[in-house]
Design a binder for this molecule. Structure first.
Ligand SMILES: Cc1ncc(COP(=O)(O)O)c(C=O)c1O
Length: 345
């Protein structure tokens, strides 16, 4: 593979150990609940997150919508960050599939939600004009706010607010383990107050497919029903789950290397100059930056220059970029890329 692919951590492909585990996986029909490898993965995920139960679903998008549908009723409202993936990037699935509307609250710079504004957005009960607020969603790490990790303290505060108003707390933890590693905390501490949480196996953890939704036994039983309704009941899914087990047992610690490579990229971009790099305390694996007007080339031209040299990037819009580091990006890849950027600056 000569291509250096920074487009997303989702492009990370399975390791040799994963491929071997997939080839050797014991399987059964998971819709009957008798795939031993899926069952092992689900037990492992629940144990690691400190929840009663977990369920394997095909994608992060299905994890979010099934968690929402399982805990809301038609006509409810949920509160999400204005830059959250659920609001921006999931095709209004809450409305289309869940018949639930989203009320947005703009995030703070660090990806947290201003809790006074969240509280002010909760609908008063008893007014027939209003939908019923049912849930608060947070995203950890927060992708579009810079890959920022949210602390256990912040999550506990949101949980306390949710409890006080009898609301559910859902954590979109697509990159939850990146947050735990960046903050050096147990992942359990990041989700202790969450009613529902999911994380992706197929992003920084390098598995080919899948996400894990975690919560109480009753909640997971409900998600199982929603997953089946949406066509997400998979049969010999142990082939995929086998890779997920390797993700959880072997890939978590390596996220620290991805974060170090992202920091190396940030430092190198700052040294080139003419680039506004988003400053993120506790750097994770996402790097956001914008080229200045006088940089020398614009976003499209830089993208082309990199592509001509086998480096793929995510040019979000105009001169704005997001680079994601992952298992298959090395420090040398970062240095090669920085050299290519410097030569057109
Ligand atoms: C924060 C966040 N949530 C959810 C998702 C959706 O995951 P998937 O692509 O597996 O549907 C993504 C995907 O990038 C994400 O970044």
């Amino acid at each position: 593979m000569n291509t250096i692919d920074f487009r997303s951590d989702t492009v990370s492909h399975p390791t040799a150990e994963m491929r071997a585990a997939m080839a050797a996986a014991a399987v059964g029909d998971d819709v009957y609940g008798d795939d031993p490898t899926v069952n092992e993965l689900q037990a492992l995920a629940a144990e690691m997150l400190g929840k009663e139960a977990a369920i394997f679903v095909p994608s992060g998008t299905m994890a979010n919508i099934s968690s929402i549908v399982a805990q809301t009723q038609r006509g409810d409202e949920i509160i999400c960050g204005a830059n959250s993936h659920i609001f921006l990037n999931e095709q209004a699935s809450t409305s289309v599939v869940g018949a639930v509307q989203i009320r947005t609250v703009p995030e703070n710079e660090d990806g947290t939600l201003p809790l006074d504004q969240v509280e002010a957005s909760i609908r008063k009960l008893g007014n027939p004009h209003f939908p019923v607020t049912r849930m608060i969603c947070i995203e950890n790490t927060h992708n579009y706010m810079g890959g920022t990790p949210l602390t256990p303290e912040f999550t506990a505060d949101v949980g306390e607010l949710a409890k006080r108003h009898n609301l559910k707390l859902h954590v979109d933890g697509a990159r939850l383990f990146n947050a735990a590693v960046a903050l050096d905390v147990d992942v359990k501490d990041l989700v202790a107050s969450a009613d529902s949480v999911y994380f992706c196996l197929s992003k920084g953890l390098s598995a080919p497919v899948g996400s894990m939704v975690c919560g109480s036994k009753d909640f997971v039983a409900q998600v199982l029903r929603v997953r089946k309704m949406m066509g997400g009941g998979m049969r010999q899914a142990g082939i995929l789950a086998a890779a997920g087990i390797v993700s959880l047992k072997k890939m978590v610690a390596g996220l620290a290397t991805d974060h170090a490579n992202a920091q190396r990229l940030v430092d190198g971009l700052n040294a080139i100059g003419g680039i506004q790099v988003r400053d993120v305390p506790n750097q994770t694996n996402l790097v956001f930056f914008e080229l200045d007007e006088n940089f020398g080339v614009n976003g499209a031209q830089l993208t082309q220059h990199l592509e001509d040299n086998n480096v793929l990037t995510y040019n979000m819009y105009g001169n704005n970029f997001r680079f994601a580091t992952h298992h298959w990006i090395t420090a040398e890849h970062v240095d090669t890329t920085l050299k290519l950027i410097a030569e057109v600056a």
